[in-house]
Design a protein around this ligand. Structure first.
Ligand code: NAD
Length: 499
């Protein structure tokens, strides 16, 4: 009789895990030219996880040169789309078959629950690459209606070398939203992951080469924002920067483009999204659960987090009671425990920032209804309780600034017009939601909200078929479906005289 197979815990798997820690340039792993490294800390324990190559200007130069050479050589850029499709599909398959390893890397690196990285993020990464693989041989160019004496074609061509700079909150998924369309369109790529979460991107680079993507087409240069990121955004031979991160860094990226070669810039930045619950919405249990998950998913480290709960004054107490009940069940736990729903905050700096906002809410006169403390301190990690403020006024910092933590600011309103006004009264415009049973009101409010995505009677619904991005200072351009291809291609008119 076979002995029963012993389940291996995620903690045991984590102990056995090997980390890739070097840059990946021209198809090979390599140390930073300077030999420098930076520390990757496990936010659930505060302990050192790995020392990772700290790329700087010289490494970026090498990566851009490799990307340009690969682009010129044409082994990827000139490949028929159907061939790129085949290889990208293999790449997606390899990501799928490495799901557990990649999920573990992300959970250790940035503290999100293993159930999220395993069941949510990594499958979404593979789906994204596969979506662009499948799409790219179905994209047609155009012929202009010029008349009989000319043939004018409007074609899309890859831009050349694209630099992608991405954040730590969904490390590989945010990278995949870039990698998919950038590579499908035939570009070469230099990817700079966040210094807080570089491990999954470093690993995935070798899978790209294994899938058949030629060396030099996908390069990964880990490093600090102010050195590697800046060098990439200032580089004279980078045609385009695809950025996801904070609005403050987005503004710097635009300046770097202006200071260098006027490279194209697309930005996916921060948010302070309003989640508006009108008095006529009948199912407060549903609205409360969604409101809680809108702010506690990914520990609130989510650009589209529903961080402002705008609630009609007549249902405020009833709704917050229910939000509080959900919050109580969502206590932070070990990210490697499959039962954990709320993981660690990415690092000490971010945790202090979140706690600083909680202090500022109290000092500004908001009422702390629930949570507000650091917890699990004995673990050495960085955990913050689900936190709910009520009595928040639109002028307070906790109502205006992106906290990027599990902190909900509840604001009351008296009528729909006021809700719209408060909803729009921030510098951001990434997402918004409205809950109502009235279809006319739903359309009217959705139209009035200045946000890239408006949810009606739901929050954070998502699919690869819909674009994602922001109005106002939440960004420029859109990620996902075919809209993203516009960011990474040049439009060419070719006029042929037939007279
Ligand atoms: P961040 O701006 O600090 O860093 C993002 C990336 O930029 C990192 O790779 C970092 O190293 C790099 N960087 C930092 N300074 C740089 C510089 N001077 N030059 C070039 N690169 C530089 O943001 P973060 O803290 O990593 O991520 C959180 C932010 O990302 C939040 O504001 C969140 O809303 C935003 N975000 C937006 C979206 C979206 O789709 N709109 C998605 C995820 C995250």
């Amino acid at each position: 009789m076979n002995a029963p197979v012993k389940a291996v815990s995620w903690q045991e798997r984590a102990r056995a895990l090997q980390f890739r820690t070097q840059a990946f340039i021209d198809g090979r792993y390599t140390d930073a030219a300077s030999g420098a490294t930076f520390d990757c800390i496990n936010p659930a324990t505060g302990k050192l996880l790995a020392r990772v190559a700290a790329g700087d200007q010289e490494d970026v130069n090498r990566a851009v040169a490799a990307a340009r050479a690969a682009f010129r050589k044409g082994g990827w850029s000139n490949l028929p789309p159907v061939e790129r499709k085949r290889i990208l599909q293999r790449f997606a398959d390899l990501i799928s078959s490495h799901t557990e390893e990649l999920a573990l890397l992300e959970t250790l690196d940035m503290g999100k629950p293993i159930r999220d990285s395993l069941k949510g993020d990594m499958p979404a990464v593979a789906r994204c690459i596969r979506w662009y693989a499948e799409a790219i041989d179905k994209v047609y160019d155009q012929v202009a209606p010029t008349g009989p004496n000319a043939l004018a074609t409007i074609t899309r061509e890859p831009m050349g070398v694209v630099g992608a700079i991405v954040p730590w909150n969904y490390p590989l998924l945010m990278a995949a939203w870039k990698i998919g369309p950038i590579l499908a369109a035939g570009n070469s790529l230099v990817l700079k992951p966040s210094e807080k979460s570089p491990l999954s991107a470093i690993k995935v680079a070798e899978l790209a080469v294994e899938a058949g993507i030629p060396p030099g087409v996908l390069n990964v240069v880990p490093g600090l924002g102010g050195t590697a990121g800046k060098a990439l955004a200032l580089h004279m031979d980078v045609d385009c920067i695809a950025f996801t991160g904070s609005t403050a860094t987005g503004k710097q990226i635009m300046q770097y483009a202006g200071q260098s070669n006027l490279k194209r810039v697309s930005l996916e930045c921060g948010g302070k999204s309003p989640n508006i619950v009108l008095a006529d919405y009948p199912d407060l249990d549903r609205a409360a659960k969604a409101a809680a998950y809108a702010i506690y998913s990914n520990a609130g480290e989510m650009c589209s987090a529903g961080s402002r709960l705008l609630v009609h004054e007549s249902i405020k107490d009833a709704l917050l009671e229910k939000v509080q009940a959900v919050s109580r069940k969502l206590q932070p736990g070990d990210p490697l425990d499959p039962e954990t729903r709320l993981g660690a905050i990415v690092d000490d700096i971010q945790m202090k920032r979140v706690l600083g906002y909680i202090d500022s809410g109290r000092n500004d006169g908001a009422e702390l209804r629930f949570g507000g403390r650091r917890v699990r301190e004995d673990s050495g990690g960085y955990f913050v309780e689900p936190t709910v403020f009520e009595g928040v006024k639109p002028a307070m910092a906790i109502a205006r600034e992106e906290i990027f933590g599990p902190v909900l600011s509840a604001i009351t309103f008296r009528n729909v017009e006021e809700a719209i006004e408060i909803g729009n009264d921030v510098i951001y415009g990434l997402a918004a939601a409205v809950w109502t049973r009235d279809v006319t009101t739903a359309h009217r409010v959705a139209r009035a909200l200045r946000a890239g995505t408006v949810y009606v009677n739901c929050y954070d619904a998502d699919d690869l078929t819909v674009p994602f991005g922001g109005y106002k200072q939440s960004g420029i351009g859109r990620d996902k479906p075919l809209h993203a291809l516009e960011k990474y291609t040049e439009l060419k008119t070719t006029w042929l005289d037939l007279s």
